[in-house]
Write a protein that binds this ligand. Structure first.
Ligand code: OXT
Ligand code: ADP
Ligand code: MG
Length: 579
């Protein structure tokens, strides 16, 4: 037992002593560090904690499933640069939240999963406590750091460690294990106050070495066909003005990864999003800013990257990221704000813009692709196809650039990413590094809470199903969220048939399902839209009213390709599909 806890026992019973306990210390520690929103699901042993946190002024968002609360916390971390807090009960509640903690770590989002847990003595002897589970051991391999607090006097330090671990260097998920008994531990209030830690400079600037800046600029200057790739690390960095100034000064085309769209508007003359293949294949110098050379960038090699050897420059806060897939000629390790500012400073006046022929090659391809797509976006087919439906959503986002766009699915994701232009930083949030379904409603809730902006969720019907029950949460908190379910009756499409029996094929759902009816059960607005015109009216009405709305967008079940644009990742049986 800690010294502070012992001192309480040492005092005579009749002296007036102000006391505090684990419940209050966790709340005070969170508030002291500006962490005033909790996403979670209450239950033993954290029900009272959730009530007390709410009573103390912390915003407590109570979900229907911990995974969704966890995804909310993870994206809150991305949007705010403060760790998003998820609160779960022990054992299965913890495991439900763990998916999101792993997701936060994989995506480099700062998040803290705080979970109640069973008593150490019983867990370690495996004596069958209520919801017994060695949570700390299970969490460790799936997060950046994991801590357990056993004494009330250590709560302040425990939370400080968790915060610093989550946001410093490469951000990630942190697990904080709080056994049930800790909450009730009583200590002297003054000692408790003194034990709290306000974390100073939690994510210190990491200034790049001057040599690294010079090397990077020398390589960039040598380019005949430069390309800048902006990743979600650049969006996270919140160095928006510096990034824009740097890209514009460089004169190079830029390619935004999905969640980096909007750092500079997709309509910017240097944007190469609509000329992606050409930009990747034909460039000679590529500068990565907060983007990893993972599967989303074909690991920096192969057909996508063309035959010419390329010189790569990479800015990342994580030294181990450099050379992870291919050689990086000019690594710049530091935080993006500092790195980009240093480069801007060192570029001086008269930086030579990218060669005109390169810029026109990109522009030509871009205009070609945009031109090809344009007529398809204007169709008013009923039932809808993706292009007709996305064409109207594209116009709505153009007219309302403040909207937070949440996007998941396969075709629904891949086509929306290309079609819906984004105009402001951190306005598009999606399936991220692992391409997971289920982020939808959690992200929507956190986006509404953290930004105050209206939220538009563009969801495949399968994708929506992973978190659909949270529409009750959206209605309960009256959040300005409009969900559009792209209903093509299934995963990728709704036309597969089972040739061997009467069960439905594995990828199809109930035909003609009415997702709009679901939200009506909770007092939200449900609309069935069968044409782009109807869809447009319904989304605009939802945006104007701010009322929770679910629009069942009826798509032709035959539209959609297997796995959207990543069908190549599907292994195929060489022996054929039937035995
Ligand atoms: O340059 P070229 O000529 O090549 O052209 C490119 C661009 O230049 C051009 N372009 C444009 N043209 C004109 N105008 C504009 N504005 C424009 N912008 C771009 O378009 C092309 C393509 O551009 P893009 O997309 O940038 O390029 P590309 O080559 O595709 O990019 C490569 C990638 C890898 C970067 C990109 O494809 C990407 O980011 N992909 C992410 C894919 C992803 O993460 N997918 C999700 C996972 S799929 C699968 O796993 C699913 N599951 C299984 C499952 C999952 N995921 N999770 C869990 C927990 N359980 C199970 C399931 C269940 S998806 C799924 C559900 C699917 O069903 P739904 O009903 O939900 O959805 P539907 O499919 O709609 O039915
Ligand atoms: P995308 O999926 O958009 O390509 P990734 O998630 O693969 O982006 O990459 C993000 C990268 O950004 C990670 O390698 C991470 O270390 C890095 N990063 C995150 N925040 C910062 C920051 N503030 N400064 C520098 N690098 C950062
Ligand atoms: Mg579908």
């Amino acid at each position: 037992m800690s010294a502070a806890a012992q001192s309480v026992d040492a005092k005579p019973a009749d002296t007036q002593q102000e006391l505090t306990d684990g419940f209050h210390l966790v709340i005070d520690a969170l508030k002291l560090n500006g962490l005033t929103t909790i996403y979670g699901v209450p239950g033993i042993p954290i029900t009272d904690f959730a009530r007390m946190a709410q009573a103390s002024g912390i915003r407590v968002l109570s979900f229907r499933h911990e995974q969704n609360a966890g995804y909310a916390a993870s994206i809150a971390g991305f949007l705010t640069r403060k760790p998003g807090i998820c609160l779960t009960v022990s054992a299965l509640g913890f495991l439900n939240g763990l998916t999101a903690l792993a997701h936060a770590t994989a995506n480099c989002f700062p998040m803290i999963l705080i979970s109640g847990s069973s008593e150490r003595e019983l867990v370690d002897l495996q004596q069958g406590d209520y919801e017994e589970m060695d949570q700390l051991a299970i969490a460790k391999p799936l997060c950046k750091a994991a801590f357990r607090v056993l004494h009330a006097a250590d709560i302040g330090i425990g939370l400080a460690r968790a915060i610093r671990a989550a946001v410093s260097g490469r951000p990630g998920g942190v697990y904080l294990d709080l056994p049930a008994k800790l909450f009730g531990q009583v200590i002297d209030a003054d000692a408790g106050r003194r034990s709290l830690v306000k974390v100073i400079d939690a994510a210190p600037a990491q200034i790049p070495a001057p040599d690294a800046v010079k090397r990077a600029l020398d390589v960039l200057r040598s380019a005949k066909k430069p390309l800048i790739i902006l990743g979600k690390g650049a969006a996270y960095a919140q160095a928006d003005d510096e990034i824009r100034a740097f890209v514009e000064k460089s004169g190079a085309p830029f390619l935004p990864m999905s969640m980096a769209k909007g750092l500079l508007p997709d309509t910017h003359p240097q944007c190469a999003a609509a000329a992606r293949s050409t930009a990747l294949k034909d460039s000679d110098v590529v500068m990565l800013i907060g983007a990893r050379l993972n599967w989303l960038l074909s690991h920096g090699k192969g057909k996508t990257w063309g035959d010419e050897p390329k010189k790569l420059i990479q800015i990342d806060i994580e030294p181990k990221e450099i050379d992870s897939n291919v050689e990086i000629m000019a690594p710049m390790v530091g935080d993006i704000g500092s790195c980009v500012s240093a480069m801007l400073g060192a570029m001086g006046h008269g930086w030579q813009a990218a060669p005109v022929d390169w810029m026109s090659a990109i522009a030509k391809k871009r205009e070609e692709n945009i031109g090809k797509m344009a007529p398809r976006l204007m169709n008013n087919n009923s039932p809808m196809d993706y292009h007709g439906a996305l064409g109207v959503l594209r116009t709505i986002v153009k007219e309302r650039p403040d909207v937070m766009l949440v996007n998941e699915g396969a075709n629904t994701l891949d086509l929306a990413r290309g079609i819906i232009d984004i105009y402001q930083p951190r306005k598009r949030i999606d399936v991220g590094t692992w391409g997971i379904m289920g982020i939808g409603m959690g992200y929507a809730i956190a986006a509404a809470i953290e930004t105050g902006s209206p939220v538009l969720c563009v969801e495949g019907d399968s994708a929506f199903g992973f978190s659909g029950m949270e529409i009750e949460t959206i209605c309960r908190y009256r959040l300005p969220v409009c969900i559009v379910v792209f209903n093509n009756d299934g995963i990728y499409r709704g036309t597969d048939v089972n040739s061997a029996g009467s069960d439905p094929a594995p990828t199809v759902f109930v035909k003609g399902a009415r997702y709009d009816k679901m939200i009506e059960a909770f007092g939200g607005v449900g609309i069935n839209a069968t044409s782009p015109d109807e869809l447009k009216r319904a989304v605009n009405a939802a945006m104007d009213s701010g009322k929770p709305t679910l629009i069942n967008a009826v798509l032709d079940p035959a539209v959609g390709s297997e796995s959207g644009r990543i069908g190549k990742f599907n292994p195929q049986s060489v022996l054929g599909k039937k035995k």
